[in-house]
Design a protein around this ligand. Structure first.
Ligand code: FAD
Length: 457
């Protein structure tokens, strides 16, 4: 089949590419391929009863399929250039913000109306943070919540399915360039051609993306991974911040190593969850808009960025090895009380049970100091004490730390200001390009290239 545009990946990048093409060029022939399932068929077999841990399905229902990695996420759309990616380096800060706001409008008009938008602008917490050697980053955040995020995706799919040919459970194995603006995509039982190709394969497609870049001579660079833990505390300890800001991105510079430690993905009244990346189980968090699903706890990650220089190039491999170590020791995610970590002893079931914070994830009690590098762990401990000054109680003995949380970064693909690769008509967007690391940036990158393709074709 010959298409005008083929989109590989139905995550936020791919969805918003398709949506914007539909709005601007209803005449075009568009196909969207995804390695995973349609939204309603995405079901992780882990039920905590018969299936307790990852059974390494052929396609991961959490990471792959319509909605991509963000489908069951907390649906926090951060509208900012301060974090979430470097899209602004390609398209400019104003354009990036404008597109993120546009994405927000679409989400609101597709089921997100009534959800809250939070902002750090004019917040009194900026000063409080500064007084305690912490920096609060600027952002507005739309919190859809896992449940409304799902509704928005359902509504977007209902509109898109009559416009684009969706081919689920169809991982693309190979891309062939037949000429400028002429590509062939090859999958297990067929192949299709197109004049414009938008590749948006996210983090789960990072290894495949690397091989595509190698095959097609697209230059890449890579040197970063973020490592850390997810902190779980009683929601009241952080409620003065979360009630006003929902998500606060706070950075602390450690005195010992002068590393930056930052909060990431804050989930007020949420739950801690497993995340599976290529068979490696790490930790993440969710929260819900629905009052019935709210818990008494808040969770957030504390992450330290590791940048490597010559000769080491495999920063993701480094993160994977540490995550594998925790999987080896704990059979999955490890949980430890802060008090136990500070006393140099592992947590056990009894101590967790006696603690005041009820864990929302059934993880294995253990010792994170056997897993995380000293430099990372020392930074996290320093930051917990710094946070304790603006949110007393954070450094309580019963505070729970789950590990490990790893944020893998895709290698950065060499792209021009249109997010076009060295091959004309081949665009690489979203987290798979290394340019974005978030829902709003990935979605905005999709809108951006779709507008260009719509205009050029
Ligand atoms: C649990 C969790 C919670 C998160 N919470 C938030 C949050 O609250 N806010 C936020 O900003 N970000 C969050 N993120 C990150 C966010 O989900 C991603 O930044 C975003 O989804 C990236 O969008 P994308 O379209 O680039 O890639 P993805 O969403 O990863 O989508 C890529 C798609 O490509 C498909 N694919 C991969 N390889 C192939 C191939 N060879 N052929 C065909 N299809 C392929 C995959 O199946 C996948 O569906 C969260 C992530 C997780 C895992």
């Amino acid at each position: 089949m010959k298409y005008d545009v083929i989109i590989i990946g139905a995550g936020p990048g791919g969805i918003f590419s398709a949506y914007e093409l539909m709005k601007n060029r209803p005449d075009m022939k568009v196909a969207v391929f995804d390695a995973g399932n349609s939204l309603e068929k995405r079901k992780c077999p882990i039920d905590g009863d018969k299936v307790k841990s990852c059974i390494k399905c052929k396609t991961c229902a959490i990471m792959n399929g319509f909605g991509g990695a963000g489908a069951f996420s907390d649906g926090k759309y951060n509208i900012t250039n301060d974090f979430g990616g470097t899209l602004y380096e390609y398209i400019g800060k104003d354009k990036a913000l404008e597109l993120m706001k546009y994405v927000d409008e679409i989400n609101v008009s597709h089921g997100g109306a009534g959800t809250r938008m939070f902002s750090t602008a004019g917040s009194e917490f900026k000063k409080l943070c500064m007084q305690n050697k912490l920096t609060l980053l600027d952002a507005s955040v739309r919190h859809l919540g896992t449940d409304i995020n799902y509704v928005v995706l359902e509504n977007l799919y209902a509109e898109l399915k009559d416009y684009a040919d969706f081919k689920f459970l169809t991982p693309i194995r190979k891309i062939e360039k037949l000429g400028d603006e002429h590509y062939k995509v090859i999958y297990d039982d067929g192949e299709d051609e197109c004049t414009n190709l938008i590749v948006s394969v996210g983090r789960s497609g990072s290894k495949w993306m690397e091989s595509v870049c190698e095959d097609m001579g697209i230059p890449t660079s890579s040197n970063r991974v973020d490592l850390g833990v997810r902190v779980e505390i009683p929601a009241v300890i952080f409620s003065h911040l979360t009630d006003k800001l929902y998500e606060s991105k706070i950075v602390y510079r450690t005195t010992k190593f002068e590393d930056n430690v930052r909060t990431f993905c804050m989930n007020p009244n949420g739950i801690v969850v497993n995340e599976n990346t290529n068979g490696i189980v790490t930790v993440n968090g969710h929260s819900f808009e629905d009052a019935d699903k709210k818990t008494d706890n808040t969770n957030f990650a504390l992450l330290v960025s590791k940048h490597f220089s010559e000769p080491f190039k495999d920063s993701n491999g480094y993160g994977e090895s540490i995550a594998k170590l925790s999987n080896m020791l704990g059979g999955g995610v490890i949980v430890q009380r802060f008090g136990d970590l500070e006393r140099g002893r592992r947590s056990n079931g009894k101590r967790i049970e006696e603690g005041t914070v009820r864990p929302t994830l059934a993880a294995t009690p253990g010792d994170l100091s056997l897993v995380l590098p000293k430099r990372v762990l020392d930074g996290i401990i320093e930051m917990i004490y710094a946070l304790d000054k603006i949110a007393p109680g954070t450094a309580n003995d019963d505070t729970l730390l789950y590990g490990v949380e790893v944020k893998f970064y895709n290698m950065e693909v060499s792209l021009d200001n249109n997010l076009e690769s060295v091959h004309k008509g081949m665009y690489i967007i979203g987290d798979g390009s290394g340019v974005t690391h978030s829902l709003s940036h990935a979605s905005a990158s999709g809108v951006y290239v779709a507008r260009r393709v719509a205009k050029n074709l």
